[in-house]
Design a protein around this ligand. Structure first.
Ligand code: SF4
Length: 696
């Protein structure tokens, strides 16, 4: 059987991967894949570029390299490292913004010698080891400008090497000995790597080849597949995958002509001989390769492909639903019209599970849950799973996924023994955390306790810059005039990561409007400013737990009656309701801090400290800098926090008790709310479609 495609470079790598994943043995004609696109060679060449011309390596390429079999990293490791580097970058920036994306930070950290050496190895993991290997390879290159030396250092010092984990090379060797489909795949990878080394060795023998840099350029610019030195033997038990060009003169019982998309076949790009000599005619230059000729050639090539089948032919293409999506080639229509015995079948259903061990285990597990089957049929599924689960190769289980211990979602839910907040541990809450906790405990736990948030987005950057400028204008560090504020804004605006320049320009205009709204609100405000960005912290006992409360208040102001008012500046795009502001936990906590004397140092500079029975709080306000109403900046108010006469408790105290009890319970259920649309944790939340695989 063979699978034929129009373009080897475009279609063969993905076909190769998919067929392997489905457990189908595959033989790819080596000449159909340029060597630099071979999955085993690609990471080595990227690592070589990190050594020779690091400036050309992009953040995406570094990420792919770290996740490749060569480095053996995983996404969780990279996320952890990205978070740590972003935090560091944010601390180094005057507006608390990371200077660049986490991908760029990881790229710079890997390519800059020693930059990761000062970080905890738990966090830097494979990125640090890759960085060290790159340094070693640079030293090798400084000694001998020889591609073979550079490659050997990269191969011999593979980043995954440590005491208990095998390197990629060792794993390939082991798989190769074990045989089967995995062994054949390992052989192919080793074969490709060997070809790369042989070409590097040849380069050494040719003095004009340009050293390591010349070798790298030659290999990576090769779009014509490489001379593989060894013509691989062709296995009769494997599916051959090759380009239609190479299939001329060959035949198979069953042929699949795949990826026959309109944008692939016909390939109407102009072509000709190297020096275009075929265009020279007696008196002039003539275009002898018009589009009609190209189309006829492409049609002939398609004919070659479909006539390679002795018994069965299958032509496949994808028709995307979207208007601009890829569509099947016109050649398929032409083929059906010319051959009334052929028919087209549209497949919209899920493809059946592959006939592999993982596919079998999945089918058997599905049978266990199928109420339509009899008990006897389910018992048979249990027996087969049982025997698969106990099957071993040497000391290792052959199919560990057949054992229920390894099934997702069947383990006992953890209890007190792994409580994330045991009684002796202090609970730490800030105003914004309390708001997040009461809105959705699951989101609070994942975001604030586990710190699994996504990267800081542009909206957060917008808010940080506007807040920082408002604070400076309030404290007179910057002249409170819009032109002056915009000069400061422009110095940092490029650091707010917008996807496109036009978007950054539009948002800059909105930031300007927000600052104008702030200045007009401030000009009309008759209260005295006690302080901007006032921090507080207090340790209290709530519901029997030691709790640390902290926060930073945007503005603290004094009324002419001597009451203290809390101001929180917001850059949200829509206003919360007046009712919900009355119970806003963040404002409530800030008022509680004022009431409990946590801000007395600042207040004492403007008035006498209150007597024990005096209510000092004068309420709180949200100032919504992006919104105006009747020409004025929109403000939402919260009444002064006062104690209930009967119970001498405040609503805020009760809310804190509720929040602390929630944390102490160790259970963090999801609560669907207005912010779900923007939640970072939809894939981990059982209330959403994306997260419905989550059990609890
Ligand atoms: S999607 Fe909604 S309910 Fe789920 S974790 Fe996020 S905020 Fe909570």
């Amino acid at each position: 059987m063979a699978v034929l495609v129009r373009s080897g470079a475009r279609s063969i790598p993905s076909l190769h991967r998919s067929l392997h994943a489905a457990g189908v043995p595959v033989e790819v004609a080596g000449e159909d894949l340029p060597l630099h696109l071979d999955p085993a060679v690609e990471p080595l060449l990227t690592a070589m570029r990190c050594v020779i011309e690091p400036a050309s390596v992009t953040a995406d390429e570094i990420r792919a390299l770290l996740l490749s079999a060569y480095c053996g990293g995983d996404s969780a490791q990279l996320r952890r490292l990205g978070r740590a580097l972003r935090e560091e970058s944010r601390q180094a920036n005057e507006f608390g913004l990371p200077t660049t994306s986490s991908g760029e930070l990881i790229r710079d950290a890997v390519l800059t010698p020693g930059l990761l050496a000062t970080h905890d190895e738990e966090v830097t993991g494979v990125a640090r080891r890759l960085s060290e290997v790159i340094v070693l390879a640079r030293q090798a290159m400084a000694t001998h400008d020889d591609p073979h030396e550079v490659l050997w250092t990269l191969w011999d010092q593979q980043p995954w090497r440590n005491d208990d984990v095998r390197t990629w090379g060792q794993r390939l060797e082991r798989s190769s000995y074990s045989g089967g489909a995995q062994g054949r795949r390992a052989d192919r990878h080793l074969d490709a790597v060997l070809t790369l080394f042989t070409l590097a060795m040849r380069n050494r023998e040719r003095s004009a080849a340009g050293g390591a840099r010349g070798f790298l350029h030659n290999i990576t610019r090769q779009s014509i597949p490489a001379d593989t030195l060894v013509q691989r033997g062709v296995s009769r038990d494997a599916v051959r995958v090759m380009s239609a060009h190479r299939s001329k003169g060959l035949e198979w019982d069953f042929v699949v002509v795949a990826d026959v998309q309109a944008d692939v076949w016909p390939d109407m790009r102009q072509r000709g001989t190297l020096l275009q000599a075929d265009q020279l005619v007696a008196h002039d230059i003539e275009d002898v390769h018009p589009l009609t000729t190209t189309l006829a050639e492409e049609r002939r090539l398609f004919y070659v492909a479909i006539t390679r089948a002795r018994q069965r032919l299958l032509v496949t293409a994808v028709g995307e639903a979207s208007e601009n999506g890829s569509q099947p080639s016109r050649f398929i229509d032409e083929l059906i019209r010319a051959n009334p015995t052929l028919s087209a079948t549209a497949i919209t259903a899920r493809t059946p599970r592959p006939s592999t061990l993982p596919g079998l285990v999945a089918s058997l597990r599905a049978q266990l849950l199928n109420d339509g089957l009899s008990k006897a049929e389910r018992d048979i599924a249990i027996q087969i799973l049982g025997s698969l689960a106990s099957e071993k190769v040497g000391e290792e289980l052959l199919v560990p996924t057949a054992h229920p211990d390894n099934w997702w979602g069947v383990r006992e839910i953890s209890g007190e023994d792994v409580h994330p907040f045991p009684p002796e541990k202090q609970i730490r809450l800030s105003g914004s955390q309390l708001e997040s906790l009461v809105t959705c405990p699951l989101s609070w736990y994942l975001g604030r306790a586990v710190r699994a948030n996504g990267p800081r987005n542009a909206a957060m950057g917008f808010g940080s810059v506007v807040h920082a400028l408002a604070e400076e204008a309030a404290s007179q560090d910057v002249t409170p005039h819009i032109d002056e504020l915009m000069v400061h804004l422009d110095r940092v605006w490029d650091e707010v990561s917008y996807d496109a320049v036009w978007q950054a320009d539009v948002e800059r205009g909105k930031a300007r409007d927000a600052l104008i709204n702030f200045l007009s609100w401030q000009a009309a405000n008759e209260r005295r400013l006690i302080g901007a960005e006032e921090s507080f912290a207090m340790d209290v006992t709530i519901a029997g737990r030691n709790v640390h409360l902290s926060g930073k208040i945007d503005r603290l102001e004094l009324t002419s009656e001597g009451k203290v008012v809390v101001i929180d500046l917001k850059t949200m795009k829509s206003a919360p309701s007046k009712d919900s502001t009355q119970e806003n936990p963040q404002l409530g906590l800030y008022q509680l801090a004022v009431r409990e004397g946590a801000l007395n140092d600042a207040i004492a500079q403007f008035r006498e400290l209150p007597s024990p029975d005096e209510e000092i709080t004068g309420g709180a306000e949200l100032v919504l800098l992006r919104l105006t109403s009747r020409g004025k900046t929109t403000v939402r108010e919260q009444s002064a926090l006062v104690a209930d006469e009967a119970s001498s408790a405040t609503w805020m105290g009760e809310l804190l008790e509720e929040g602390v009890a929630q944390i102490a319970s160790g259970a963090f259920p999801p609560i669907v709310n207005d912010a779900c649309t923007f939640c970072d944790f939809k894939t981990a939340c059982p209330t959403t479609d994306e997260g419905k695989g989550v059990i609890a």
